[in-house]
Design a protein around this ligand. Sequence first.
Ligand code: ADP
Ligand code: NI
Length: 199
Amino acid sequence: MDIIEDAMLFARAVFSEDFSGHDYYHTLRVFHMATRIAQEENANLQIVQLAALLHDVDDRKLSSETCEYKTRAVAFLKKHTVPEEQINEICEIISQISFSSNSGAPKTLEGKCVQDADRLDAIGAIGIARAFAYGGNRCRMLHDPNGTTSFTTVDHFYDKLLKLKDLMNTNTGRRIARGRDTFMRSFLDQFYSEWDGIQ
Ligand code: ADP
Ligand code: NI
């Protein structure tokens, strides 16, 4: 079987029971967006596609015990006899793309493509849906106008989502992020209007 097809099946099996916004369709969207960006930016497609499909299988929040050594991703790549050098490259990308890892921008073009694709899925209409799904999963409030509740989902927009547009690595990513960012800002305007009973 084609390694990309098998990686899709592998990701689907890993995420079959996730309700925190990291479900299989997140991985699939990141895969399609990373492919599109990689084509526009002339990056190595195989590396980008494998890193995209495997980027969350050893995520700290979902699989803390395999996170450090990317045990699941490495086992999958070894099974497909991917050369060690490429396995290291893919694992390096996966480590670098997380927002929370704070390791700065990925060094390689391939890493930049995957990070942009992952970040694009956190903004726009899908990003809004994922944020509220994640908040619900963690029993968080939607919003607290008095600011006395810590970690509401609306806070997350200011902590992270509205910053992502300026953190894009590629021109393709930046262009797509601009439209999604504008949409999120108009969502927040409408949200506050409705909250206050104005519209
Ligand atoms: P990554 O895929 O880069 O590791 P996260 O795991 O931090 O990203 O986030 C996954 C999804 O959950 C994203 O859409 C993100 O916006 C959302 N999310 C993460 N933390 C919060 C939070 N505190 N409140 C609401 N949504 C969150
Ligand atoms: Ni992701």
